[in-house]
Design a protein around this ligand. Structure first.
Ligand code: NAI
Ligand code: MG
Length: 350
């Protein structure tokens, strides 16, 4: 139910994160400007700077404060000055796990006027417009593993994929509901159940069983390796894809690439039960190679703001953001524009 006022936690993070988030907030301001709902934002300093200054990643007190907001807008976390894994395992994953973001929603839509590396007229004459529902709290990302004899020739490392009936069922049910609400009503399970038989058959059976509740939704199955072929050769076949945490991470980078590039790919870490704030962020990372140069494309962050608005039930505002982005993309051409110029152009349309 839409309200008059919302509080948003803002985590700019590292590298280009704060740059693109600033443009997302500019667009949020513009779309909610006159007479719309009020958005109060609170900045949280998380990421490389905080870790260098205090050694902290995600303090409990910050996590508790974050729980008090209606939603979270995140830029990116990760910096070459911090050992790989410290911030990813210390900030990003704990947020997704603690806030039970079990749906990682990643739309892949090729907007008119946007170039794809694919010959779209040939491989997807009806366009590219699908959404990946990636499981966000289980799989190989839970930190269920360990290492022995590290650095020796006898080193052992395990990284166990965790799959629970509860966790698979809730994300599969969410994916079916999304498919049922879309015109094509089609759901593809992507896994690897010919080899990963324990987890794979749990996913397969769960899709079959939950599917009984959604007779209007047609289902399909692809092994993940074959799915990468079809994402490149026949992406128009996909409508909703449901998959585990790792497969979803990988195929959504391919999805971003075919749908116009990582600068356009938005995502939501969603708790559909709404017991915690959901978190919206561009799929890309902190892009240290272009940080501080105003070269980052803020479109993914802006589209993530659109997803945030939709999650809060502000559908009209969300549609206006999408339309403004679509209009900008249609006229964008190839001339380079700064991060702020893109944000200004989209905000001006609102
Ligand atoms: P990345 O997404 O940061 O960059 C990959 C390539 O895409 C780079 O060449 C970069 O310049 C380009 N790129 C990314 N976003 C762009 C944008 N908005 N506009 C134009 N070009 C853009 O991925 P990478 O290099 O693997 O990771 C860099 C850091 O970000 C690492 O520390 C990684 O762990 C972290 N990361 C964080 C994520 C998050 O916070 N959710 C997601 C992915 C990576
Ligand atoms: Mg990724």
């Amino acid at each position: 139910q839409p309200r008059d006022a919302y509080s948003i936690a803002v985590i700019g993070g590292d590298g280009i994160g704060p740059e693109v988030v600033a443009e997302g907030l500019k667009v949020l301001d513009a779309v909610t400007g006159q007479g719309g709902p009020k958005f109060a934002t609170t900045d949280y300093d998380l990421g490389a700077r905080r870790w260098h200054a205090t050694g902290e990643t995600l303090p409990d007190s910050v996590l508790e404060e974050l729980r008090g907001h209606d939603a979270i807008l995140l830029g990116a976390i990760g910096d070459p000055s911090v050992p790989s894994g410290v911030l990813e395992r210390g900030v990003l994953l704990p947020l997704r796990f603690a806030l039970d973001h079990y749906v990682n929603l990643r739309p892949a839509k090729l907007f008119p006027g946007v170039a794809s590396p694919l010959d779209v007229a040939r491989v997807a004459p009806d366009g590219i417009d699908f959404v990946v529902v990636r499981e966000g709290t289980e799989g190989p990302y839970t930190g269920n593993g360990g290492a022995l004899r590290v650095g020796t020739p006898a080193e052992i490392a395990t990284e166990v994929s965790v799959n629970t009936r509860f966790g698979v069922e809730r994300v599969v049910r969410d994916a079916f509901a999304r498919a049922a609400a879309r015109p094509r009503k089609h759901l593809t399970l992507v896994h690897k159940h010919n080899v990963l038989t324990y987890a794979g058959h749990l996913w397969r059976r769960t899709v079959e069983e939950v599917g009984v509740e959604f007779p209007e939704v047609e289902t399909a199955y692809q092994h993940v390796d074959a799915a990468t072929i079809f994402l490149a050769t026949d992406p128009g076949r996909f409508d909703v894809i449901v998959t585990d945490n790792l497969f979803g991470d990988i195929i959504t980078d391919i999805a971003a690439a075919i749908a116009g590039g990582i600068g356009l790919a938005a995502s939501g870490n969603i708790n559909p039960a709404r017991t915690t704030p959901s978190m919206f962020e561009p799929v890309h990372g902190s892009a240290p190679d272009i940080a501080g140069q105003s070269k980052a494309d803020p479109t993914a962050a802006i589209l993530s703001v659109g997803m945030l608005l939709a999650h809060l039930g502000l559908d009209a505002e969300a549609e206006r953001v999408d339309a403004a982005v679509a209009a900008d993309l249609a006229e964008r051409g190839t001339a380079a524009r700064s991060t702020t110029a893109v944000g200004d152009a989209i905000a001006d349309r609102l």
